[in-house]
Design a protein around this ligand. Structure first.
Ligand SMILES: Cc1cc2nc3c(=O)[nH]c(=O)nc-3n(C[C@H](O)[C@H](O)[C@H](O)COP(=O)(O)OP(=O)(O)OC[C@H]3O[C@@H](n4cnc5c(N)ncnc54)[C@H](O)[C@@H]3O)c2cc1C
Ligand code: FES
Length: 251
């Protein structure tokens, strides 16, 4: 884990609410695994006090990319960063996706900004067949940057499948029946809950969970998620954010 005082290299607007930020952070870029995240201090003052967690979207040589949606004050500040601005970044944090093992087709299922870790995952999955299901509210919220072999689903039917991304996967999965698939899911909790239900006893499936976080590495106990077997909790920041789908209870 490193703390890097990094420099913003570029900022790109992906759609009305989503941005892509490229920052120079050589140590994190060299050690990051897909699905891991960083805790970013979004301002140089003490406000907001807490760092904000973001998946690393992509990495190349000395730089990492973050893809984010404006949600509140912290992400608004992040969206205003310009090339040359400084950002204090802590990472890599969390476990990341497990890409090893016996499967030939990776099925990536993302809802909204949940697609953020997929570009780095896509690169790491070289040699596997990949199908990426991208869900969004409408065509102007669809994000495709850095992904491949994309099937789109929109809630209002303005692009691709008319409905949510899990219904879209259900309608397409027969095409993959002869394949040995592993599912990688990331998105809002209701989407992940529906995916967990779909996957149970049927598919090898890993889910990247979201939780409000403070420290980001297991000290504050602020990000518990219930274990499905036995008593107690995992910590999303340290034991996750990626979990085998049958290991957790999604509230
Ligand atoms: C491991 C992890 C990886 C993440 N990766 C990304 C990413 O790659 N891109 C991205 O856009 N977002 C990501 N998030 C969510 C992101 O951290 C929050 O959207 C962000 O912290 C909101 O900060 P804010 O100051 O803008 O909003 P706040 O003012 O703190 O909150 C605004 C709204 O966002 C909600 N919110 C706050 N924190 C979270 C959270 N952790 N998860 C879900 N909703 C939250 C609040 O309930 C509130 O409704 C990730 C979260 C986690 C835990
Ligand atoms: S955020 Fe502190 S323990 Fe997880």
């Amino acid at each position: 884990m490193y703390t890097e005082l990094s420099t913003v290299e570029s900022r790109e607007k992906l759609n009305g609410n989503a941005y892509l930020l490229k920052v120079k952070a050589p140590q994190i870029a060299k050690s990051i695994k897909p699905g891991q995240f960083c805790n970013i201090k979004v301002s140089e003052t003490n406000y907001p006090l807490l760092r904000r967690p973001f998946s690393v979207c992509y990495a190349e040589e000395d730089s990492v990319y973050f893809m984010f949606d404006i949600q509140g004050e912290g992400t608004k500040m992040l969206a205003e960063k310009k090339p040359g601005d400084r950002l204090n970044i802590l990472g890599p944090l969390g476990n990341g996706f497990d890409t090893e093992g016996d499967y030939d087709t990776a099925v990536l299922i993302g809802g909204g900004i949940g697609v953020a870790p997929f570009p780095l995952l896509t690169e790491k999955l070289e040699g596997k067949e990949i199908v990426t299901f991208v869900g969004a509210r409408s065509a102007d919220h669809v994000i495709k940057w850095g992904m491949k072999n994309i099937v789109t689903a929109t809630d209002d039917g303005s692009e691709g499948f008319n409905g949510n991304v899990i219904a879209c996967f259900q309608s397409e999965v027969h095409k993959l029946e002869k394949r040995k698939i592993r599912i990688f899911g990331c998105g809002p909790n209701p989407m992940l809950k529906a995916l967990q239900k779909e996957a149970i006893n049927k598919y090898d499936c890993q889910l990247s969970m979201e939780s409000a976080m403070a420290c980001g590495f297991g000290i504050c106990q602020g990000c518990p998620i219930k274990k499905s077997q036995g008593e107690g909790y995992y910590l999303v920041c340290k034991d996750g954010p990626v979990f085998e789908s049958d290991k957790i209870i999604i509230e």
